[in-house]
Design a binder for this molecule. Structure first.
Ligand code: AMP
Length: 399
C-alpha cells in the first residue's frame, strides 16, 4: 500500500512542499513558492533530478498551492497518477494542548487559531496552509505535525519561568520549545548510530540552521530545550539574538522611546549573526571571517561560545551523556563550528577527531569524535519532511 505523503510547510510569504514516501524517506519531488502576495513571485520545482524555476505572480496562499499543483502536472510526478495517502502540515505552535500529531478538523483549526497569540508570526500562515489544502484536497486526510509537540515531555521545573502565577496560568507564559520534528528524527537516528535503544540514550542535540536551538534528550524524551515561549530565546541565530537580559527592552524603551513592537522586530530580524556581522547566511559569514572581517570573527566567536555554554548546562541537566549531536545547515556543514564549540572539553570526556570532523559537509550519520572520547560527537543530517510524513502516516495509517 502507498505511503506517499504531500508535506506542506506554509510561511507568511512562502510555501514549501515535498512529496515523500513515509516508509523510505524517498522524495519524489519538492519545491518552494516564494514571495506570495508580491508582484515578483516564483515557483521552484525539483523532480527527476531536474530543477525548474518559473517566475510568476502568486496572489495568495491558495494561488501558491495551485501553482505547486501546476508544477506537479507540468514537470511530474502527476498527483493524479501517484497514490497520495495524506497531506502532512508543519504547524509551529501547538501550545500545551498538542503533544502528538493530530488529524485536521474544525476543532483542530479552532485550537490552532486560539494559539495565534503565542505564535503571531507563524500560526496564521500555518492556518492559511490548512485552509487551502483542505479546500484543494477535500478527499485526503490532513494531519498537523507540531514543532512544539516533542517538548511536551519537559518536566515542570524546566518549562516554568519564574514569573507570577497569573502570567503562567492566565497567559500560558512558559517554555514550549521548537524544532521538535527535527529532534524526534535526529534522536532516533543518533541512537541507531550508537547502536543503543533510544530509550537508553542521553543526547545533547544541537539544531543549527537559520534558527538554532539546543535540546537535552533523555531516553528519547525532551527534558530541556533552549527556545522558550517563542523561538527567540537561546542560541545565537541568523537574525535572532537568542538569550539576552529581558531588561534590555525596558532600557531601550526608556532611552529611545521605542515601542515594544520595534524592539521585538529588531531582536527577531536584525540581530544574531546579522546584527553582529551584517550577514545572516553562515556560508558567507565564514567567507567574511576568512577575509579578516572583524565583525564576522566576533559573530563566529559569540555563536560558538553560546553553543559551548548550552552543552555544559545540558551535560549537567542529563548527568550522563552518550553523545553530542550536530544537525541542520550549519551543524551538518561547518567543521569549524563543531570544533570550536567543543574545543578543550576533554575533561568532560568530549574529544573531536580532527580528521573525521574536518570533512566539512557530512551527509550520512557519522561519528566525528576520537575512539577515546567517552561522549561520542555525532553529525546526523536532519530530515524534517520525512519525519512529518512518518508522523502523518502514524495518524492516518489506521483510518
Ligand atoms: P537550514 O535552516 O538548516 O537550512 O540551515 C541554513 C544555514 O546553514 C544557513 O546559514 C547556511 O548558510 C548554512 N549552511 C549551509 N551550507 C553550509 C556550509 N557548507 N557551510 C557553512 N554553513 C552552511
Amino acid at each position: 500500500m502507498s505511503t506517499l505523503v504531500l508535506v506542506v510547510n506554509t510561511g507568511s510569504s512562502s510555501l514549501k512542499y515535498s512529496l515523500v514516501d513515509a516508509d523510505t524517506g524517498d522524495e519524489l519531488a519538492d519545491g518552494l513558492v516564494e514571495q506570495i502576495g508580491e508582484s515578483s513571485g516564483a515557483v521552484t520545482h525539483r523532480s527527476g533530478g531536474e530543477e525548474r524555476r518559473d517566475e510568476r505572480e502568486v496572489a495568495d496562499h491558495e494561488a501558491a498551492l495551485r501553482a505547486a499543483l501546476d508544477a506537479f502536472d507540468e514537470h511530474g510526478p502527476s498527483l493524479d497518477e501517484v497514490d497520495v495517502r495524506a497531506v502532512g502540515h508543519r504547524v509551529v505552535h501547538g501550545g500545551a494542548r498538542f503533544s502528538s500529531p493530530a488529524l485536521v478538523d474544525d476543532d483542530l483549526v479552532d485550537a490552532v487559531t486560539s494559539l495565534v497569540p503565542l505564535a503571531p508570526l507563524h500560526n496564521p500562515a500555518n492556518l492559511e496552509g490548512l485552509a487551502v489544502a483542505r479546500k484543494l484536497f477535500p478527499d485526503l486526510p490532513q494531519v498537523a505535525v507540531f514543532d512544539t509537540a516533542f517538548h511536551q515531555t519537559l518536566p515542570e521545573h524546566a518549562y516554568t519561568y519564574a514569573v507570577p502565577r497569573s502570567w503562567r496560568e492566565e497567559h500560558q507564559i512558559r517554555r514550549y520549545g521548537f524544532h521538535g520534528t527535527s529532534y524526534a528524527f535526529v534522536s532516533r537516528a543518533a541512537a541507531d548510530l550508537l547502536d543503543k535503544p533510544v530509550e537508553e540514550t542521553n543526547l545533547v542535540v544541537l539544531h543549527l540552521g537559520n534558527g538554532c536551538s539546543a535540546t537535552a534528550v533523555a531516553g528519547g524524551r525532551s527534558v530541556e530545550t533552549s527556545m522558550g515561549l517563542t523561538p527567540l530565546e537561546g542560541l545565537v541565530m541568523g537574525t535572532r539574538s537568542g538569550d539576552l537580559d529581558p531588561a534590555v527592552h525596558a532600557h531601550l524603551h526608556r532611552q529611545l522611546g521605542w515601542a515594544l513592537e520595534k524592539i521585538d522586530g529588531v531582536l527577531n530580524k536584525e540581530s544574531g549573526l546579522k546584527g553582529l556581522a551584517g550577514e545572516n547566511d553562515f556560508r558567507r559569514l565564514v567567507q567574511l571571517r576568512a577575509d579578516g572581517d572583524e565583525g564576522a570573527r566576533l559573530a563566529f566567536d559569540v555563536y560558538c561560545h553560546r553553543i559551548r555554554k548550552y552543552v555544559g548546562a545540558y551535560y549537567a541537566v542529563l548527568g550522563r551523556v552518550d553523545a553530542i549531536v550536530f544537525t541542520a545547515g550549519v551543524g551538518e556543514n561547518s567543521a569549524a563550528v563543531r570544533a570550536c564549540s567543543l574545543a578543550g572539553l576533554e575533561r568532560l570526556g568530549i574529544e573531536v577527531d580532527e580528521s573525521a570532523n574536518g570533512v566539512g559537509r557530512i551527509t550520512e550519520p557519522t561519528r566525528v569524535s576520537t575512539d577515546a572520547s567517552e561522549v561520542a560527537v555525532l553529525v546526523v543530517p536532519t530530515n524534517e519532511e520525512w519525519e512529518i510524513a512518518r508522523q502523518t502516516m502514524a495518524v492516518v495509517g489506521g483510518l
